[in-house]
Design a protein around this ligand. Structure first.
Ligand SMILES: [Zn+2]
Ligand SMILES: [Zn+2]
Length: 267
């Protein structure tokens, strides 16, 4: 699923399921100005990028919301394989910048040390927080706190022309209505319909489709891309119910399972 938002910002879904029994887990690709950013790196981001016709060596930034394996399982493999892909290249590999909350970055460094103790990777590490951090050009990132059992942060990416929000995994928080206001696109967690998954998922730090619908109704993005649902929503009619609960008037709900290309005209 690809969502071109303007000539200089485009979103491609690489994975969106909440666990790998259903399919590829959370990872999104954003192309903005000269940057190509991965939002989370679920299982096999290299394979998913290649399947989408994107070059792993063109990725310039990786943002990781938190260290649960469905969001970070492909991290060390992505960093390692990206360097191999350029072995024959006659142009130097673009430097990869890893973005995140300082606590998450500590975990990512530990993962690389554990899985590749014999190697050093030429990476730039950029600590982000709730104040916007400039990533070069007009691109900026700011973090959004979540309600999740481990340190986890959503992110808002902004260029001069577009704004994209990604909630990561989170229980519903009233502050998100302000945090994600004015986004062109909101990638929002919807674990399932409340009637199916129960409100007890709030205690585990997750949101229902109805919770996302409430956020969308307040923040009013132009597009909402629900993600993080389980295998039962592979069923088209069941998923249609989930997707309709995530919407609001004048907001287009994008089905992440749909492989059709969707064009978003810049208003
Ligand atoms: Zn998750
Ligand atoms: Zn999680």
């Amino acid at each position: 699923m690809e969502v071109p938002m303007s000539v200089d910002m485009r979103l491609t879904t690489l994975g969106h399921w909440s666990n790998s029994s259903a399919g590829p887990t959370t990872s999104f690709h954003v192309a903005a100005d000269d940057a190509q950013i991965l939002l989370d790196v679920g299982l096999d981001p290299i394979g998913r990028l290649q399947a989408a016709g994107l070059q792993p060596t063109d990725v310039t930034h990786v943002y990781v919301s938190h260290l649960h394996s469905d969001h970070v399982g492909g991290f060390a493999n992505f960093v390692f394989t990206r360097t191999l892909l350029n072995r024959e290249g006659d142009v130097p590999l673009l430097k990869l910048t890893v973005l995140g909350h300082p606590q998450v970055l500590v975990g990512l460094k530990a993962l690389l040390d554990l899985q590749y103790p014999e190697r050093t990777f030429d990476l730039a590490w950029v600590e982000c927080g709730e104040e916007p951090v400039s990533l070069g050009g007009q691109l900026k990132a700011r973090l959004v706190p979540t309600d999740h059992p481990v340190p986890c942060y959503g992110v808002v990416l902004e260029t001069g022309r577009a704004k994209i929000g990604f909630t990561g995994d989170t229980g519903p928080l009233a502050s998100h209505q302000q945090d994600y206001a004015g986004c062109d696109v909101l990638i929002g967690e919807a674990f399932g319909l409340a009637g199916d998954v129960g409100d007890s998922i709030h205690r585990r730090g997750h949101s229902t489709a109805e919770d996302l619908g409430e956020l969308v109704n307040a923040a009013r993005p132009r597009f909402v891309v629900p993600f993080h649902f389980g295998q039962e929503y592979a069923d088209t009619s069941k998923r249609a119910k989930l997707l309709s609960a995530c919407g609001a008037p004048d907001v287009q709900v994008v089905d992440p399972v749909d492989s059709e290309q969707i064009t978003i005209a810049q208003s």
